[in-house]
Design a protein around this ligand. Structure first.
Ligand code: SF4
Length: 436
């Protein structure tokens, strides 16, 4: 994981599109607005793929940052960020997620997926501050894995994750209570030594509260790289898995392991028993929480058909957060790291159609000019919440650190952190996620 110079910015793509083409070429013309304007007026996720998702009322809002950062030119922000980083030296580590815009990623000491970045931060015990240019749950994970003395900073507090927010801790506790009532008789009859009826599994893309919940109930965390190994671990301990919060990763992974669709049920937290009959719940092997990623939900089989028609021989790789028909129609599916390695490993010039967030796809295309690489979705539509991080926010938190002030610190209380770490440690014992 290394920092990269800006080469294929989504910002630039948006700004160079002819104005008349914007409404059809992007998911919202509001993508051209400054994020502080969005933060000031919009309590939602902001323009981008998640803009239509319902945001929880308690989601953090970002207060206005000083005018000097809002009005500074790109050149001035660049100079100030580099100067602040140079002054702080090893006292700070800047992390940039694969889906972050290039205007921010260029300052990252490490670029990777959320777990790679959290573990990278763990290797820098000398750093007083870890600035996470990603979203809220990622900063929480970094806090779980860092020392109590280290401050994890999210430059814009409004950078949440719509998928993680779809599994609210109160809803999950309520679901668990209902499930335990359904299984009470049979659990009592089976005796203490029988496998637990349900093992909760949560995707890394969930809040620390949900990770703590699964830790407390004998469960485990997974990434998109190790979901199958983690499900195997869970099936060895219980006869049913409750998979949170991404239904698509859960369904795609279980299906690839041979679990039939008729053995999966969906849990809709807004309906009694998740919208299921008791009998159907008892017979299910996997309960899928009704969550999804609005970035990956945009990909369709029609886009794959078009790519194959226009680019004979194209290699289609999609992320397993995509809906099942899309994963089935693709040539391969895998995590962001899998996609990156697949492209790096192609020895002959190849055409790739990729189903994941556009910032990563455009960056890969710029880094591998010997290949033709394009995003399956022709509409420019980044992850809304990653897009809330802007160099202005990064300059603001860095310069405050130079003055000895920690802004936007993300902390996880020990009552949640302790069981959450247990769930993460169980995952590491199953199969360490690849770190490079
Ligand atoms: S890409 Fe999807 S899962 Fe990832 S941060 Fe954005 S909304 Fe959340």
């Amino acid at each position: 994981m290394t920092s990269t110079a800006p080469t294929a910015s989504v910002d630039l793509t948006l700004r160079t599109l002819p104005t008349g083409a914007l409404p059809t070429s992007t998911c919202s013309t509001q993508l051209l607005d400054a994020p502080w304007d969005v933060d000031a007026r919009d309590p939602g996720y902001g323009p981008g793929a998640s803009m239509s998702d319902a945001i929880p009322a308690a989601s953090p809002r970002q207060g206005e940052i000083p005018r000097e950062y809002r009005e500074a030119s790109a050149e001035e922000l660049d100079r100030r960020i580099r100067a602040a980083k140079a002054q702080l030296g090893e006292r700070v580590v800047v992390l940039g997620h694969f889906y972050q815009r290039d205007e921010v990623v260029q300052y990252a000491d490490y670029v990777g997926d959320s777990f790679q970045l959290a573990t990278a931060a763990k290797g820098h015990r000398e750093a007083e501050a870890i600035i996470f240019c990603g979203v809220h749950f990622m900063a929480e994970t970094a806090d779980l894995l860092s020392t109590p003395e280290q401050a994890v900073i999210l430059p814009n507090l409004a950078a949440g994750c719509s998928m993680a927010d779809m599994a609210d801790i109160d809803q999950v506790e309520e679901c668990w209570e209902q499930l335990m009532e359904v299984y009470a008789e049979e659990a009592a009859a089976a005796g203490e030594d029988a496998p637990a009826p349900v093992i909760p599994v949560t995707y890394m893309n969930s809040s620390a509260a949900i990770k703590g919940f699964v830790g407390r109930h004998g469960g485990i965390v997974c990434t998109s790289s190790n979901a199958a190994a983690v499900l195997e671990w869970a099936f060895a301990r219980g006869r049913q898995v409750l998979f949170l919060p991404d239904q698509h990763l859960g369904r795609n992974t279980a299906k690839a392991m041979g679990v039939g669709l008729e053995e999966m049920a969906m849990w809709n937290p807004r309906r009694p028993l998740g919208g299921n009959e008791e009998q159907a719940l008892r017979e299910a092997k996997v309960l899928l929480w009704h969550g999804f990623c609005s970035v990956h939900k945009r990909f369709t089989t029609a886009q794959i058909d078009t790519a194959r028609a226009e680019h004979p021989g194209v290699r289609v790789i999609v992320h397993p957060e995509c809906p099942m028909p899309v994963v089935d129609a693709a040539d391969e599916s895998g995590s962001t790291d899998y996609i990156r390695r697949a492209i790096e490993g192609a020895s002959e010039p190849t055409t790739f159609a990729i189903g994941t967030e556009i910032n990563l796809v455009q960056r890969l295309a710029a880094q591998h000019p010997q290949h033709t690489i394009f995003c399956l979705d022709p509409v420019v539509c980044p992850c809304s919440t990653m897009y809330r991080i802007h160099p202005g926010y990064l300059a603001w938190v860095l310069e405050a650190l130079c003055e000895g002030t920690v802004l936007n610190r993300i902390t996880v209380g020990e009552d949640v952190a302790e069981p959450a770490r247990v769930a993460l440690e169980r995952m590491l014992a199953v199969r360490p996620a690849p770190v490079r």
